[in-house]
Structure formats: C-alpha cells, structure tokens
Design a protein around this ligand. Structure first.
Ligand SMILES: [Zn+2]
Length: 291
C-alpha cells in the first residue's frame, strides 16, 4: 500500500541484531504510528521462528520478502506477543506453522476471530483496502509463565511479565545473544498505549525487563533500541501513574489531569496527543476499582 507522504522517521526494514536474528521495523502511517508495528525472526538449523506477524496484507508481503532475502527455510513456528490486530493478522501466511502465545492472548484472539478485521477496517478506513481476505489464526500452543524454544544451540525464552500492555503479553529473550523482543511492552519514540492493561503493572514489567542482560531491544513500535530508551519509556509511565494518582486524589477529572500534566519532551513522541488521555483514564479506572 502506498501513501503520498514519507511517514517513516527512523530506519525501517530489516535489521540484523545478532547472527541469524533479525528485527523487521516499520515506520509510521496515516494514523501516526498506530497499526505500524514491528516483527522479528530467528533462523534455526531446520526452520525459522517468527515473532509477531504484523497487520495489513502489504505489511505481510514486506515482512515475508525480508525473510526470503535471508533464508529459504520454512517458517516452523510463530510466537505472538499479544492479541492486537497489528501484531497477529499475518499469521495465516505462515501456516501450517505452530503458533505459540500466552493463554490470555489466545482467548482474546479466539473471541475476536470473526470481528477483529472488520473492526479495524471501520476504525482505520485508510487501511481498509489493505485488509481483504485475512483469515484469523487462533494459536494452538499456549503457556502461562514461560516456555523455551530450543533452536539448535540457541534458546528462545518466551515469558509473560504479568498484566502490563495487555493481560496476555509475552516477551522473547535470547539469553546467549542479549537480544530481547518486547512486543508492545516497549514503544520507542511512540507513546505507549495502556488502554487495555495496567500502567502500574507495566511499570513493574519494565523494571524487570531492565534487569535482564540485554544488548539490543526490539520494541513493538519504533526503532531498534537498548536499555536507555526502555528506561526513558519507564520514566513516562511513572509520570503518568504519579500525575494521575495526584490528580485523582485532588478530585480532578481525567480531562483536567490531562490539561495540566507536564510531560515535557514526551510530547514529541508519536501519538501522544490522543494516547496521553487514554493512559490517564486507564490509571483512573484502576484507582476507581481499588477504592
Ligand atoms: Zn498492542
């Protein structure tokens, strides 16, 4: 799909992040960064493991071309980091691969399989022409806390960090390589979207991710990064959590909290304009449930 503006803003396409390990990075689109997520893959001795499968048909084509530019081995396994459409809709292109995700992620995909494409078309009409004929694949293998994939000498540890971006998030670490694929636990230079998860849980999850021995971190959105950039996002989450708690205690509405929230340079991120209020509302919901 082609748009007549350059929406990229950072190096996109294929990035080799370790031997036989690749990140596939997308830029932005007509809705800011929304819908333009990242994926990755690891080439094993017999087959390829894919991490996330992107959203629209042309995105799937681009990703598959990138895999084929590196290897002609079949894709044997797909790991899905969470159920959001922009991370899962290309899965059918890799069938009959096995598909692994967290138990809750599978439950969301199973519940939404007949409606999720149509809902995305209505929400993002400019992407609709690129969403034809996409069957939703429900993953066939689930885990609760962690599962390891042994790919030759290499181990891929897929783990659930607790309630964060969603209740079914998974991250993938390759301990021998210091490479971490976070899915949407990490938005780099893009405002994190907490509409389904918990900002507090997300803070705890990121604090744990920062303890891991990593050299390269592949975010769910935005350019390939390292711990410094992940720590920046953590600072935003802390600001939102504490600013919203304070405003809630003062009896302000989420809109009033939004109006006075000082987030400095985070305003320069993509999608902050509409996500900041959503993120504040999410903290308010959690405080309302707690009281
Ligand atoms: Zn997401």
């Amino acid at each position: 799909m082609r748009f007549d503006r350059d929406f990229t803003h950072w190096p996109i396409g294929l990035h080799r992040v370790a031997e036989d390990v690749y990140a596939y990075v997308q830029g932005n689109g007509p809705y800011g960064n929304a819908g333009f997520s990242n994926a990755g893959f690891v080439v094993g001795p017999e087959y390829v493991v894919v991490i996330d499968t992107l959203g629209t048909n042309s995105m799937h084509d681009g990703f598959i071309d990138a895999i084929r530019s590196v290897t002609d081995k079949p894709v044997g396994l797909v790991i899905i980091t969470h159920h959001h459409v922009d991370h899962v809709l290309g899965t059918h292109r890799f069938m009959p691969a096995r598909v692994i995700c967290h138990r809750q992620c599978r439950a969301h995909i199973a519940a939404g399989r007949d409606t999720m494409v149509q809902r995305w078309r209505s929400m993002r009409p400019l992407l609709a022409p690129d969403l034809d004929d996409i069957p939703v694949v429900v993953p066939d293998i689930t885990f609760e806390e962690r599962i390891s994939i042994h790919l030759g000498e290499r181990e891929l540890v897929v783990f659930h960090p607790g309630l964060a971006h969603t209740d079914g998030d998974a991250a993938v670490i390759l301990p021998g390589d210091g490479v971490l694929f976070t899915g949407d636990l990490f938005f780099n230079r893009v405002c994190p979207a907490a509409f389904q998860g918990s900002v507090k849980g997300w803070i705890a999850a990121v604090e744990n991710l920062l303890q891991l021995d990593t050299k390269v971190i592949v975010p769910g959105h935005g350019p390939v990064a390292d711990r410094t950039a992940l720590a920046e996002m953590l600072r935003y989450l802390h600001l939102i959590q504490s600013g919203s708690e304070q405003a809630y205690a003062e009896g302000l509405t989420p809109e009033e909290a939004f109006a006075r929230m000082e987030i400095g340079a985070f305003r320069e991120w993509f999608d902050t304009e509409h996500r900041l209020l959503q993120d504040i509302q999410r903290v308010y919901e959690s405080l309302g449930q707690a009281s």
